[in-house]
Design a protein around this ligand. Structure first.
Ligand code: NAD
Length: 394
């Protein structure tokens, strides 16, 4: 039994609270039970299912739509004195509540890029007599061991062609400082595409098709971020943007090779997740965005974004909203009301003004909540068992 308090190292929190994670999953599940879906996929496979957008997708599929869900994620198990990753606790909370509702839930904690993981998911689907009618690709990973070449690719967050000079925020000290990032090399661009581009998404679809485990009218979604002028130099015009553009290419190929609605890229809003806070500028932009969208009554987190995706874009199937055939859930973030406000305060953001002009406290709280900290129903002075999520969890 251990008392668990947040341990922050640089941009990341290196521990997680078992009951805090479980209660947050339970909160999302309760909200999902209040949502009615027009179209209900029967069997949903989520790649990257344990946190952030993938977890929201799995919860809404299961608890709003009664789908059988399969989730793949990469986790750290607990060890003596060391908590597991947040996703490990989230997966157990999800599994326990799904079982209680009689919902099928298979979770694979393994490397989604590996052929063995694909084989294991295929074997489980076949054994359960399930065919996938929705596959959601929600992976955010820093590295990929290529299953065919054995080469390890590492993604980088860098600009392309010109150095990127900007201000960024240390969310713990509140310091706004200047950073300069050199442009990526060709190799770094290629590596980032290999990790975060569409090749592995396509491998999943082809492997399932070959095993005859896709329904004839299946759909697949991959999540992307486009952002606004402030984040373009490091995001859409940077290495990660190249990888995201590759998702658009692969989506078009899947539509060509399977059917006209088979694949969609979904542009989502910037939210606080483990992946997004590691991107330079994003915490400063995100804290400004949170304040602006909250004041306009438009703020959404992962759960609200995916709830809106599943309730407003799926009368019959997921349909595109723009000329690039993408679904645009970033419409509110990119609305002129929101962007004009951010552009107005942006030049004045510095260490002195950041607490007033942005929602720094809200951003910190949302970050800590990812790891199970700051939940109002948890007594964080109380020791907990690191190997289970049952303490006080109903
Ligand atoms: P996240 O860090 O919360 O979740 C990433 C998931 O991927 C986790 O479940 C993790 O376990 C899993 N994962 C990572 N490497 C893996 C591996 N090798 N094998 C199996 N699972 C692995 O990330 P997120 O922010 O929810 O991002 C999900 C997707 O949404 C990404 O494609 C991201 O670009 C996109 N997106 C994020 C934002 C944002 O602001 N967070 C905005 C728009 C789009």
């Amino acid at each position: 039994m251990h008392v668990i308090q947040p341990k922050i190292r640089g941009l990341i929190c290196v521990n997680a609270h078992p009951s805090g994670c479980a209660f947050t999953v339970q909160d999302w599940i309760r909200s999902a039970q209040g949502i009615t879906l027009d179209k209900k996929p029967q069997t949903v496979l989520v790649i990257g299912a344990s946190t952030g957008y993938g977890l929201a997708t799995r919860i809404i599929s299961a608890f709003s739509g009664n789908a059988a869900t399969y989730g793949v994620s990469f986790e750290k198990s607990p060890r003596a004195g060391k908590p597991a990753s947040a996703g490990w606790y989230n997966n157990r909370a999800f599994g326990s509540l799904a079982r209680r509702e009689g919902l099928h839930a298979t979770t694979m904690e393994a490397d989604a890029f590996a052929d063995t993981t694909k084989h294991d998911v295929i074997a489980a689907l076949a054994a359960n007599g399930h065919k996938v009618d929705l596959l959601v690709y929600s992976l955010a990973s820093p590295a990929r061991m290529h299953p065919r070449t054995g080469k390890l690719h590492r993604s980088v967050l860098k600009p392309i062609d010109t150095p990127f000079k900007a201000r960024t925020l240390d969310i713990w000290t509140g310091e706004v400082s200047r950073i300069e990032l050199p442009p990526a090399t060709e190799q770094e661009i290629e590596d980032t595409i290999a990790v975060m581009g569409g090749e592995d998404w396509r491998f999943w679809i082809d492997a399932l098709a070959e095993a005859r485990l896709l329904t004839p009218d299946f759909q697949t979604l991959a999540y992307t971020y486009l952002g606004s002028e402030i984040t373009w130099p490091i995001y859409w015009h940077g290495t990660i943007g190249r990888a995201k553009a590759d998702l658009d290419r692969v989506a078009a190929n899947i539509r060509r090779d399977y059917h006209a609605d088979a694949a969609r890229v979904v542009a989502l809003k910037a939210v606080v997740t483990q992946a997004s806070t590691a991107i330079p500028v994003v915490p400063l932009y995100g804290a400004a965005l949170m304040k602006t969208m909250t004041s306009l009554g438009l703020e959404e987190g992962c759960f609200e974004q995916i709830g809106r995706l599943f309730t407003t874009r799926t009368k019959t199937r997921f349909q595109p909203d723009d000329d690039a055939d993408r679904i645009r859930m970033d419409d509110l973030e990119l609305s002129s009301a929101v962007q004009d406000n951010i552009n107005e305060i942006w030049p004045s953001l510095n260490t002195r003004t950041v607490a007033d002009l942005t929602d720094l406290d809200g951003f910190r709280a949302a970050f800590l909540r990812i790891f199970g900290f700051g939940h109002p129903r948890i007594d964080y002075e109380k020791p907990v068992n690191l190997f289970q999520i049952s303490d006080g969890f109903r």
